[in-house]
Design a protein around this ligand. Sequence first.
Ligand code: SD4
Length: 328
Amino acid sequence: MTSRRDFIKKSAFASAFVLGGLPKFGKAKALTYSTNVRKPIVLSTWGHGIPANDAAWKVLSSGGRALDAVEQGVMVTEADPKNTSVGLGGTPDRDGHVTLDASIMDEKGNAGSVAFLEHILHPISVARAVMEKTPHVMLVGEGAYQFALENGFKRSAQEMSPEMKVAWEKWKTENHYQPVIDKNNHDTIGMVAMDANGDVSGSCTTSGLGWKIRGRVGDSPIIGAGMYADNEVGAACATGLGEAVIKICGSHLIVELMRNGKTPQEACEEAVKRIAKKQSNYKTFQVGFLALNKNGDIGAYAIGKGFNYALAVNGENKLFDSDYLVKE
Ligand code: SD4
């Protein structure tokens, strides 16, 4: 018969064995840190990432905080009236309203976002104010607008451009008021950066899917979908069909994959493959991911051809084509 003492001894031995045995059987590759970290560094989606990175670089190269860099960087894109996928120049919903989504995260894991926000030039700054001035993470619609006004943001006088009005009229006649999912309806700016201190932050801002149903919110303001930053690991952001990104919690997935030892490139590829595995219509739309880890290694991957990204590091800011899954 096993005495109580023997039992305790055996259990202790068993737990020691299990604990000691874990590395042998289930060891995840540890997150390794380089001694030669590439920083500061900033990475953002699409060609509009070049001027956005320039603004972010001004902050980073003078020793500024990654959080300020990712805010000021994407503000350039938001303020461009010719950009039809970010800010008030964006493509409207099917009822003719431009509604904006944005999110931001800092190196302490704080997060703020706004969704379905109208008439405000810089939704990213409202998202930052939500993060810094409220106990909440996300404000939407009329409430987000009211909060913005209360915090010194002004209603913009910017109206839909005459060209956009023509495009909207055309869309209404051609598409019978039905939202369209295709490979071209994208171009959000997502930005991730690491400052000279080694701190990581992320931002994302968009007018969302063009001609969407009124009230539709995409991935960009959803923390963990359109963007995620964790100062222990790195950051990721997304562009493309928000519904597809939300369904796999894309940016959070990438950060967790990096935490478990994947390189940023491997993590982006796995996230795209997850969409392909779970969403059978994946060839009909585009999604692109960017990732940055604490070593200053980066990753980029998309479903289809055409995704590009801007990388600023060592004082150079250049556009690169991303690799992609569907090669046909
Ligand atoms: C969204 N991810 O709202 C965004 C789409 C995009 O310009 O990239 N828009 O789904």
